[in-house]
Design a protein around this ligand. Structure first.
Ligand code: PLP
Length: 394
């Protein structure tokens, strides 16, 4: 006899995407050591933290070395100075009014996307395909069943609830989207909020890429009337201020969000207080600085740098008449592979013939087959060269 393990893990689809990419790139490099590979598959930032953030963290380090200003355990939900800075950020950036009590500071959107599952019961989840894999896998680990919403060329990878049977769903929406770069308009998000309210569903809105929006689309689900009664929002400083290695994010669970008599805010507060001991003071000071006017100005310059790369790629695709989404208001460019090639065929062709690495779309779900993800996180010089290499195939 031995202990029982969580057999839901047996239901996870083996995702070899990034290990398979690494394996193929390694094999190519070993066989062709003199060839320069350009990687436009990375989903990580490459530009360093800005001066304002570094100065704030350096000050905080000094404070930790002095008895009077030393800090022990941080508050589980975040220091008030950061929760207030987040509230001010919503007000300034998208004219949304939330309260400090709605905000829970965390060490990353990935953790919160995974952990939020715990406050829900055994509902069906509604999840777009293709998708950021964490939403699906964390639900499978808890034994939840998923219903997929097809994102495809016809709906420009921004599917709507039309035609979906009513039911009490937990709905995942990511806008701007990883991997497709698609961004929902206000009208489209209104349809989702209306659907959620009509069906007693709850939306988990992942706004990790809101800082890339330039077209006036909503940065927050709370720009939609009524969303506070049906949506949780998860946001991160990873891609907006270069915190992928520093780790700081937040989740908004409005106190208005009730399921019957139960407050999801109170449940998430209890969950975090029980299982999470907060984000380090030094990091929260850096996060506060990142959200200040000067911090945002500096980060926005970095985002402009990445978006100049995105434009280089998008301009080529437009010139060649290739279907793509993203590249505007998003660091991701999601393109249709030429000549009906499969995602992996295109990957191999680019790697072997022009030493360019991207991410096969089929790794993000069945509707990703025949698509390919490039990112704007490389250097400008590499992206320029990559565009010339890519040109040969389009
Ligand atoms: N949500 C989406 C859609 C992402 O693409 C990522 C990271 O790539 C995350 C969340 C994770 O963000 P964090 O670094 O805050 O954990």
């Amino acid at each position: 006899m031995s202990v029982k393990v969580n057999t839901n893990y047996d239901n996870l689809v083996k995702n070899y995407l990034f290990s398979e990419i690494a394996k193929r790139v390694k094999a190519y490099t070993l066989a062709n050591p003199d060839k320069k590979i350009i990687r436009l598959g990375i989903g990580d930032v490459t530009q360093p933290l800005t001066k304002t953030v570094i100065d704030a963290m350096a000050n905080a380090v000094q404070e930790m070395g002095v008895k009077d200003t030393f800090k022990g355990y941080p508050p589980e939900y975040g220091y008030d100075f950061l929760r207030e800075a987040i509230v001010a950020h919503y007000s300034k950036r998208c004219n949304v009014s939330i309260k400090c009590d709605d905000v829970f500071v965390s060490d990353g959107a990935k953790s919160d996307c995974g952990n939020i599952v715990e406050i829900f019961g055994d509902n069906e989840i509604l999840i777009p395909d293709p998708v950021y894999p964490v939403y699906l896998d964390s639900n499978i680990m808890c034994g939840r069943k998923a219903k997929f919403i097809n994102a495809n060329e016809a709906n420009l990878f921004a599917p709507l609830p039309e035609g979906i049977d009513g039911g009490n769903y937990v709905i995942y929406i990511c806008s701007p989207n990883n991997p497709t770069g698609a961004v929902y308009t206000k009208d489209q998000l209104e349809k989702w909020v209306k659907f959620a309210k009509a069906t007693g569903s709850v939306i988990i809105f992942d706004s990790a890429y809101e800082a890339y929006i330039t077209g006036g689309e909503p940065r927050s689900i709370y720009e939609i009337e009524g969303a506070k009664e049906c949506a949780i929002e998860i946001c991160s400083l990873s891609k907006s201020a270069g915190f992928t290695g520093t780790r700081c994010s937040w989740t908004v669970v409005p106190t208005e969000l009730m399921v019957g008599d139960t407050s999801l805010n109170a449940m998430w507060a209890r969950r975090q207080a029980t299982k999470f001991n907060g984000v380090p003071y030094i990091i929260q000071k850096g996060a506060e600085a990142a959200l200040s006017d000067q911090g945002r100005k500096e980060s926005d310059e970095i985002i402009s740098y990445y978006m100049r790369n995105a434009k280089l790629i998008a301009d080529l695709l437009k010139e060649k008449g290739v279907f793509f989404t993203g590249g505007i208001s998003s660091p991701y460019i999601w393109l249709k592979t030429p000549d009906g090639m499969s995602s992996w065929e295109f990957f191999d062709k680019l790697l072997n013939e022009v030493q360019l690495v991207g991410t096969p779309g089929s790794g993000f779900g069945k509707n990703g087959e025949g698509f390919f993800r490039l990112t704007a996180f490389g250097s400008y010089e590499d992206t320029l060269e990559a565009v010339e290499r890519l040109r040969k195939f389009l």
